[in-house]
Design a protein around this ligand. Structure first.
Ligand code: ARG
Ligand code: ZN
Ligand code: CA
Length: 328
């Protein structure tokens, strides 16, 4: 349907250009000066008209560009791509609750969204804790934001959940995702043992199980469970969803594919004291344990790096693995 529409538009434009050409020729006969002026003003379109008339592949490219442009403009209208290029990701919360405490309130969900928007916008109040040493590689505004579009709730008798994605399918006592190609689904479950949350990476974009799972005690701030009660489990999991690895690269002195995060020996926990030195490959480095992609307490993490920002932006960019989040 869309293709047909753009085909018609393309034909219309060809016709319009032909008309312009004829007008130009006519004018040429009557007034040479005006003719020269109008030829100068629109030779590109005339050349293009010739190209599109003779080259089916060029017509296809033209149609694809127009379709992509239209999508972008519609996304902008919906506020998904803001004027400065910020991508506002539409979020669906799927809440599975056994107890009333697990049925987290709308206010708490709003609080969680607000935390994400602060952490990803670098407007978190603890951002001034970033050591001077790391200030130059701090992400600043990642230009990724989140907007709650829907909350789905379902009572369950399931007491504890595992990481087998059962919560993501109605047929296994869960809730089916809302179109994961266009929405970021977050599932909230009552309990996952020692696991605070988990996420799928961009290679799972649009699949039925794509999204983030959070245990209810670690969602939002009010009533959340210390020391993971500043909403940063979501910040960490969204990092994964947008293609960030753990800062230690999930191995001893591993690689997180981010150049500006210093290689560290392993994960950090609790509230480390700065500076903290690790030696990898004979090189001693001060490590960025305050990064959202480490394992420290919520109050001990307060930054993404510029390299991490770039990786996340690549994922939500037009043509990125999660470009669907910016579409209609
Ligand atoms: N997937 C990690 C876990 O379950 C999340 C760690 C989040 N860290 C935090 N400070 N909230 O352990
Ligand atoms: Zn993780
Ligand atoms: Ca690194």
């Amino acid at each position: 349907m869309k293709k047909l529409l753009f085909g018609v538009i393309a034909l219309g434009m060809l016709a319009a250009c032909n008309t312009t050409e004829e007008t130009a020729n006519l004018t040429e006969d009557t007034n040479a000066r005006t003719a020269t002026a109008s030829r100068k003003s629109c030779p590109s379109e005339e050349i293009r008209a010739e190209l599109l008339k003779n080259d089916a592949k060029a017509r296809a490219r033209f149609a694809a560009i127009e379709a992509g442009t239209e999508k972008f403009i519609q996304a902008k209208k919906l506020g998904r791509v803001l004027a400065d290029g910020t991508v506002e990701i539409p979020v669906v919360f799927n809440v599975l609750y056994r107890t009333s405490a697990e049925n987290i309130s709308d206010a708490r969900i709003a609080e969680q969204i607000a935390v994400l928007n602060k952490d990803f916008g670098a407007t978190n109040t603890d951002i001034n804790k970033i050591p001077a040493e790391f200030a130059s590689v701090a992400a600043g505004d990642t230009k990724v934001r989140f907007r709650l579009v829907k909350t789905v709730r379902k009572a369950t008798s399931v007491r504890s959940w595992r990481t087998n994605d059962a919560m993501k399918k109605a047929s296994t006592k869960g809730i089916d995702a809302t179109d994961p190609t266009q929405y970021f689904n977050i599932w909230v479950v009552g309990d996952m043992g020692s696991i605070l949350g988990y996420a799928t990476f961009p290679e799972s974009a649009g699949l039925w199980n794509d999204g983030v799972v959070l245990a209810a005690p670690f969602v939002g701030v009010t009533g959340a469970s210390a020391p993971y009660n500043l909403g940063r489990t979501a910040t960490h999991e969204v990092g994964h969803y947008l293609n960030l690895r753990h800062i230690w690269g999930d191995a001893t002195c591993g690689n997180d594919f981010v150049a500006d995060t210093p290689t560290q020996t392993g994960s950090n926990g609790g509230s480390p004291t700065y500076p903290l030195y690790n030696t990898c490959g004979g090189v001693q480095r001060s490590v960025m344990f305050m990064n959202y992609m480490d394992y420290v307490y919520d109050s001990a993490m307060y930054m993404f790096s510029a390299g991490q920002r770039d990786r996340m932006q690549a994922v939500v960019a037009a043509g990125g693995a999660r470009a669907g989040l910016r579409n209609l």
